[in-house]
Design a protein around this ligand. Structure first.
Ligand SMILES: Cc1ncc(COP(=O)(O)O)c(C=O)c1O
Length: 450
């Protein structure tokens, strides 16, 4: 029997086929209006039982972090190098950004509590203007989190039409489609990153709105879909491509002659990275990774923005992001313009060091992109607990990738490199990985699907 602690799980991906039992799969099947009490909670908790066990026993999960020093963290009396941070650009520790917050708080207080529809501090207008220019998008709209956006915007965009959902899309997208489904949309899932499968579904889809929902840079594999091909397919079938690039924004950007590395320049996200326009594309991104703040955005046409301003509940009802978050974003956008490419070059080199060493050791990873998210599956998934303790004891903090955070064949751990990690921390990581390779049989544990 699973314990309720499993409900703590954050970032959970979903490989819960059972969850889909109530979703109509055939085009034209009527959506169910009301879910039966079919024991979904028991099944969900059961699915999370590995995580529940790890949470209860492993020091690498649900830790209380008492102090930080740069990218080192203290848990009890144990200092560890943190490779579980999504603060890719190190903006959380940037002196210029930290020192910019105080004056804004003095000007605005900690948290004007108006919902955005009621009124927004001018900081929002400034953020949206800078962001629109950075992305080269028609317009942008910010809301507190990506989760808020998926839950509220996917149902509005889908209406009573059809959603095509990548089977590996982030759990928060999946949850947004569930709300859309309960409002009458039809949800069809296509195999991860599989253009042909998607096309076969689009070809026979009924009329009405069509929304393709997928991730940009994947939060576990670190890989990105070919946006150019997906955008072409969307346009051909009169569909809207809805892409969550939480992990790409700030890291990858437009390709330029003077780019610091092949991740591109400016960190202006996946659409620009692939040289695409925003026609038929709604880009979703967030500031909670690279920009180390609590805010998220949509890049979208102004007419859609104006609809969402009255139809997306977080714009009407949610409290806003704290002023410190807005200030962090504004300063982060300036730092990105001034120093972002140099920071990305540094991050690229640090990431390369890890990937090159893994390659020398023969350790497999799904990461074929070179982006700073490096998942390492285990040959024997049952060793995840032991591996977590091993890394913890040696001073390395990572994300344990248990099921259902990843599919069962990818159970292992995820390393994230940030610009704030020092080369000494990476030296330690590489030494520990050398030892782990032998001890946990990491060499060639990962085989890509044929
Ligand atoms: C792909 C993806 N989408 C959405 C989220 C949630 O973002 P937010 O914290 O802004 O709700 C995450 C967080 O890990 C993510 O990885």
């Amino acid at each position: 029997m699973t314990d309720l602690a499993a409900l703590d799980v954050a970032h959970a991906h979903h490989y819960l086929l059972e969850e889909l039992e109530n979703l109509p799969t055939a085009p034209g099947a009527p959506p169910e209006r009301r879910r039966r009490d079919d024991g979904w909670l028991e099944r969900w908790l059961d699915t999370c039982s590995d995580l529940a066990r790890l949470r209860a026993t492993n020091p690498m999960l649900d830790a209380v972090i008492e102090e930080i020093d740069g990218r080192r963290i203290r848990i009890g009396d144990h200092w560890l190098a943190d490779f579980a941070s999504c603060n890719y650009l190190g903006f959380d520790l940037d002196a210029e950004i930290m020192s910019s917050i105080g004056q804004h708080v003095l000007n605005w207080g900690t948290h004007p509590s108006w919902s955005r529809l009621l009124g927004s501090p001018v900081l929002y207008e400034q953020i949206e203007a800078k962001l629109t220019a950075l992305l080269g998008a028609p317009d942008t709209l910010v809301m507190p989190t990506i989760t808020h956006i998926h839950m509220s915007v996917i149902p509005v965009l889908a209406g009573g039409g059809t959603i095509f959902l990548d089977r590996r899309a982030h759990k928060t997208i999946f949850d947004g489609t569930k709300i859309a489904s309960s409002n009458g949309a039809r949800v069809q899932r296509y195999a991860h990153d599989d253009l042909e499968h998607l096309e076969s579904l689009l070809r026979v889809a009924p009329g009405g709105p069509r929304l393709i929902c997928m991730d940009g840079v994947n939060s576990m594999t670190g890989n990105a879909p070919d946006i150019r091909a997906f955008a072409a397919l969307a346009r051909e079938h009169d569909a809207l491509l809805y892409v969550d690039d939480a992990h790409g924004f700030g890291v990858i950007g437009e390709r330029t002659a003077d780019e610091p590395c092949d991740w591109g320049s400016k960190g202006n996200s996946i659409v620009r990275h692939f040289g695409e326009t925003y026609d038929n594309i709604i880009l979703v991104g967030g500031f909670s990774k690279s920009y180390s703040s609590l805010l998220a955005f949509l890049a979208l046409p102004t007419r859609v923005k104006n609809v969402l301003k009255i139809a997306a509940p977080p714009y009407l009802y949610s409290g806003p992001s704290p002023v410190a978050s807005l200030a962090t974003v504004l300063a982060g956008l300036d730092v990105n313009a001034d120093r972002g490419d140099a920071i990305r070059r540094d991050l690229y080199e640090k990431t390369r060091r890890v990937l090159v060493r893994l390659d020398e050791l023969g350790v497999g990873t799904p990461n074929t992109s070179g982006f700073p998210i490096i998942e390492i599956p285990l040959a024997n998934p049952d060793q995840i607990d032991e591996l977590g303790r091993f890394l913890f004891d040696r001073g390395i903090y990572v994300t344990l990738a248990a099921f259902p955070l990843v599919p069962r064949n990818e159970v292992g751990f995820r390393i994230q490199v940030t610009a704030a990690n020092t080369h000494e921390e990476i030296d330690l990581l590489l030494a520990v990985l050398d030892e782990a390779t032998e001890r946990f049989g990491l060499a060639r544990a990962w085989r890509p699907a044929a």
